[in-house]
Design a protein around this ligand. Structure first.
Ligand code: NAD
Length: 333
């Protein structure tokens, strides 16, 4: 059994909590949360802070506000714990660098919660693109267009830039795009916040270039209730109803791929021929559970983190560039 502490039982922490309790190979060692009712459970002792913890554990999950990721990670590593920290890895690149150095110094691992890497539809897309069956990825177009309810922004830390769709949602898309197309080499974009006029991002358009030569456009908004976005398309989140719609089209030199529906289009040599569509069968799995199982393997020394702090730092660097490029005119970054 792998013994895990959980810090933070909010939106994402509660999902981690349930998956730990249901998993036969994982034990909940304790919950850390400053809010008494958030840490009170019949399953394990509760603590107000990490300093108060007096039970043994192998690792900790940090599902706490972003500005706590670096200090809590450093404290946990120093206590001899491996860390699964939610995305973004840290609030700044300098903090991410400190975390990377602390992991090296202590020999304890950091896994970052870019859980989509564990989604079977993501793994299958990587497999299709790298097999070359539809040639080389040239361009892709991604939509993330959801409407968040107003009370989502009632939590203090979500009122500003940290609660916007770039750091909260596109960060997952950027991590996935890096898995598909390589490293990002340039970022351009524009943004607006015409609906809520809040001091954070709302809608925007981005062009990313990749070292593979691929070019990807992203249109995003958290103020529009469409069926298009990763969570809606895959049904990955219990909070977002599944629409099973395509949210990205990937155009390759010999055909195209729709994601996450994974319809593969091929067989046309040029525009005078009609491409044929072939669906792809993929087994179902819950990526947060697969991520926990991977974390247990990392703790046991059987695997290296699939997204370590250095990789997540690259994604954060792109996200900070996107935040700058798509800042609404009223928001100077
Ligand atoms: N992987 C994902 O899909 C996903 C989804 C949502 C949020 N997140 C990330 O997870 C983090 C938390 O987001 P959320 O939406 O769950 O937040 P939330 O506000 O819903 O919950 C945060 C919880 O952390 C607790 N907390 C605050 N400070 C703490 C501390 N010092 N020690 C222990 N607990 C503390 C709060 O009391 C609360 O229970 C953020 O960094 C966010 O970016 C990831």
């Amino acid at each position: 059994m792998v013994k895990l502490l959980l810090a933070g039982t909010g939106l994402i922490g509660e999902r981690h909590l349930n998956h730990i309790l249901e998993h036969p190979d994982l034990t909940l060692a304790g919950i850390i949360d400053p809010v008494v009712e958030n840490r009170t459970t019949p399953h394990a002792p509760g603590f107000a802070t990490l300093d108060d913890v007096d039970v043994a554990a192998d690792g900790i999950i940090l599902a706490t506000p972003t500005d706590t990721h670096a200090p809590l990670t450093m404290a946990a590593l120093e206590r001899g714990l491996h860390v699964l920290v939610e995305k973004p890895v840290a609030a700044s690149l300098a903090e991410a660098d400190e975390m990377i150095a602390a992991s090296k110094r202590t020999g304890k691992k950091i896994l970052v919660g870019h859980h989509r890497r564990h989604h079977p539809l993501v793994s299958k897309t990587v497999e299709i693109l790298s097999s070359g069956q539809i040639g080389r990825p040239l361009v892709a177009s991604l939509l993330w267009c959801m409407k968040k309810p107003d009370d989502y922004f009632d939590v203090d830390w979500r009122k500003g830039v940290d609660g916007g769709p770039v750091k909260q949602n596109l960060i997952h898309d950027v991590d996935t795009l890096r898995a598909f197309f390589g490293e990002v080499t340039s970022v351009t974009g524009a943004g607006s916040n015409v609906m809520r006029n809040a001091p954070r991002h709302e809608s925007g358009g981005v062009v990313l270039t990749f070292d593979s030569g691929a070019i990807v456009t992203i249109a995003f908004s958290d103020a529009t209730p469409t069926p298009w976005g990763f969570e809606a398309g895959t049904g990955e989140s219990p909070h977002i109803p599944k629409t099973a719609q395509t949210s990205m089209q990937i155009a390759c030199s010999n055909g195209g791929l729709e994601f996450p529906t994974l319809n593969v289009w091929s067989g046309a040599a040029h525009w005078n021929e009609k491409p044929e569509m072939q669906p792809t069968d993929v087994d179902q799995a819950v990526p947060l559970i697969k991520q926990l199982e991977h974390y247990a393997q990392v703790i046991q020394g059987k695997a290296e983190p699939v997204v370590d702090a250095a990789s997540a730092r690259e994604t954060l660097a792109v996200i900070l560039e996107i935040e700058r490029a798509t800042a609404p005119p009223s928001l100077r970054l």
